[in-house]
Design a binder for this molecule. Structure first.
Ligand SMILES: C[S@@+](CC[C@H](N)C(=O)[O-])C[C@H]1O[C@@H](n2cnc3c(N)ncnc32)[C@H](O)[C@@H]1O
Length: 246
């Protein structure tokens, strides 16, 4: 049963909404940081590469409440796209959104340099081979307009599920009321046992990729981007890099 569940790890999480429910605050903060770093401007086209259930869309809307953009969520899983569509309908019906099923390891299904901004939040690390990741970054580079910005975040080699939960439980929104803290504490037990430890072990055996310091920047530079330094996110368990296309 557990094996089957993990075989369909995100599909199951997106369909049952467990993914959203169990997402720790440290992860939401990382999404907010990436969405803020994109510095969206009115009318821009934004690609969320590996958008999952659309949490990135919510972060972009939250960080840029008065800016109207054309948002495209792209993911390999239909269940993620469907969950994203529901969010867009219920939470931001006035926003223009498009949801596209595509594989990051293949050439992107878009014509020309059509995006002003791209966010790739904890998606490309699922491509275990360096060559696959490089080809994913290159195809994102191809669809980004010159002068455009890519914000990428991925797990670090310091990935630590215990620290992620600890930081999330210390989040300012859980200071009061106490009931919310205890509810989250209960939920986060499940997050840690079923979710984060699974990710940690996948990273350890190399089934997914954890980035050493400077490695994400180097990969992006190899794909033609100009990275502007990296920052730790996700309670130290991830790296965020803001990069531009010359
Ligand atoms: C950890 S989730 C992150 C989702 C979202 N970016 C977020 O931060 O909530 C990883 C996502 O990458 C997607 N993904 C993994 N491999 C992919 C591929 N080859 N092509 C497109 N999406 C992929 C998964 O389906 C999943 O939605």
């Amino acid at each position: 049963m557990l094996k089957r569940l993990y075989g369909n790890y995100w599909r199951f999480g997106f369909r049952t909404r467990l993914y959203d429910l169990l997402t720790p605050y440290a992860y939401l903060d990382s999404l907010d940081r990436c969405a803020g770093a994109l510095q969206l401007r009115e009318g821009e086209r934004v690609l969320d590469a590996g958008c999952g259930s659309g949490l990135g869309f919510l972060a972009l809307t939250k960080q840029n409440p008065r800016v109207q953009v054309h948002y495209v969520g792209m993911d390999i899983l239909q269940s993620g796209l469907e969950a994203g569509q529901v969010k867009a309908r219920n939470r931001a019906a006035n926003r223009k959104t498009f949801w596209v099923r595509a594989d990051l390891s293949q050439p992107a299904p878009f014509r020309g340099e059509m995006f002003d901004k791209i966010m790739a939040h904890f998606s490309v690390y699922t491509l275990a081979e360096k060559a696959q990741r490089l080809s994913a970054w290159k195809s994102l580079h191809q669809v980004l307009t010159p002068g455009g910005t890519l914000v990428a975040a991925n797990p670090s080699t310091d990935y630590d599920s215990r620290k992620i939960i600890e930081d999330s439980l210390n989040h300012p929104v859980l200071k009061k009321p106490a009931l919310k803290y205890w509810q989250k504490r209960g939920l986060y037990c499940v997050t840690e046992r079923l979710g984060l430890r699974h990710i940690e072990s996948q990273l350890r055996v190399g089934y997914w990729h954890a980035y050493a310091e400077g490695e994400l920047e180097q990969e992006l530079a190899d794909a033609g981007f100009i990275p502007a330094g990296s920052q730790k996110v996700y309670a130290g368990s991830g790296w965020m890099v803001v990069a531009s296309k010359p």
